[in-house]
Design a protein around this ligand. Structure first.
Ligand code: GAL
Length: 378
């Protein structure tokens, strides 16, 4: 994206300081601001950072298809409220065109910071240019946007894929594997798959693992994943030993296809910690869900928004690290750690208040064979 470079040193400094960057006073103010310890800047409330005026944060969501997104939103909104900042939002409903219009609209409504869950980052060029022209800092939320001035806030998505493959390999060290990958427009799809291959490549190259299916699923749609799985089963004569599936929604579709084909006990992976997936794990119908506590991500977004609105440069955000994108763009990033949830540690999500024991263990026979979280107390 060549037209998306940073606009000189002023790009991350919002408001009057940035707009009058030609004046020596403004430059001195900017230097002073950058010299402040990040923690101090983060501690200042968003409202005071805008000279008493309320900070407005605009969030452009890609969709709310998976249940996690409403959890992200609730936590982000709570974080903004604590900081006295206002929340504006738009739901692109899985449409790149709508997302472009949504972002332009949020800019027109005067947001100070933009948080974008990109539906297709490669389609966002003109909206990002508008944000840059209006000197509005942008946070790429959950999904990478490859522009040097856009702050990347997500989980370690390659690690997500590694965890999925490690857990599958632990229960299926060899055999016929299928990959059910996410939306081809979503950069997380490639990160996750790269992580899966980090772990599985040696077994594939040694011939222990044979790949009998490898497909993208448009929009991460569960019913499309189900159809894809049905086709793989038809092609392979129902002979499948494991499904490395990239998220829980699609794992639901895969589980239905396997059940309809009369197959049980086939290892399946996922991510997001969806309630239905946690229950499938307890019931033995899914091997792992990679849990990304999106409450933490939402809170972090509120914090980073406040800091950027206050003039903190992306690289100065507390905890930020340099991250080189697949296209070689260097951005500042904050990447949270994902966690493997299997039948052995379902208590982890229950103890964290993410899911209730009742919902995780619904329909599970509480005998000694049950996962520890669902066993009747002795
Ligand atoms: C990914 C995200 C996943 C999953 C998926 C479908 O980008 O990282 O958590 O929800 O999108 O929306």
């Amino acid at each position: 994206m060549p037209n998306e470079g940073a606009e000189g040193s002023c790009v991350s400094l919002r408001g009057p300081v940035c707009r009058s960057a030609s004046s020596a006073r403004a430059r001195a103010a900017a230097r002073a601001l950058l010299a402040l310890p990040a923690a101090l800047i983060l501690a200042s409330t968003a409202a005071s950072a805008r000279g008493g005026r309320e900070v407005v944060v605009g969030v452009s969501w890609s969709h709310f298809q998976e249940e996690r997104w409403k959890i992200d939103e609730a936590s982000l909104v709570a974080g903004l409220r604590e900081r006295g900042a206002r929340y504006l939002s738009a739901d692109a409903q899985s449409s790149s065109e709508k997302q472009l219009a949504d972002i332009e609209n949020l800019i027109t409504r005067g947001v100070d910071v933009l948080v974008v869950v990109a539906h297709d980052p490669s389609a966002l060029g003109s909206a990002l240019a508008s944000a840059r022209a209006a000197r509005i800092p942008v946070i790429a939320y959950d999904r990478l946007i490859e522009a040097p001035d856009v702050f990347y806030l997500s989980f370690d998505n390659r690690r997500v894929g590694r965890i999925q493959a490690e857990q599958i390999l632990a229960v299926a060290p060899s055999g016929r594997f299928a990959f059910i990958k996410g939306s081809p427009q979503d950069p997380n799809t490639e990160f996750v798959h790269a992580g899966q291959l980090d772990v599985l490549r040696p077994a594939i190259e040694a011939g222990r693992v044979e790949v009998v299916g490898d497909q993208y699923v448009d929009g991460w749609l569960p019913d499309v994943a189900q159809r894809v799985m049905e086709q793989i089963l038809t092609r392979s004569g129902g002979r499948i030993d494991a499904v490395v599936c990239s998220n829980d929604g699609m794992a639901g579709g895969v589980a239905s296809a396997l059940a309809a084909a009369g197959l049980s006990g086939v290892p399946v992976s996922g991510q997001d910690g969806d309630q239905a997936a946690l229950n499938r794990i307890a019931l033995g119908r899914q091997t792992v869900s990679v849990w990304k506590d999106s409450r933490a991500l939402g809170r972090a977004a509120a914090e980073v928004s406040a800091a950027l609105a206050g003039g903190t440069a992306p690289a100065q955000i507390a905890g930020a690290v340099p991250f080189t994108t697949p296209a070689g763009v260097r951005v500042s990033a904050l990447l949270l750690e994902p966690v493997a949830i299997t039948r052995a540690n379902l208590d982890r999500v229950i103890d964290a208040g993410w899911a209730t024991r009742a919902s995780v263990c619904r329909g599970v026979d509480a005998g000694p064979q049950a996962p520890p979280a669902c066993r009747a107390p002795k």
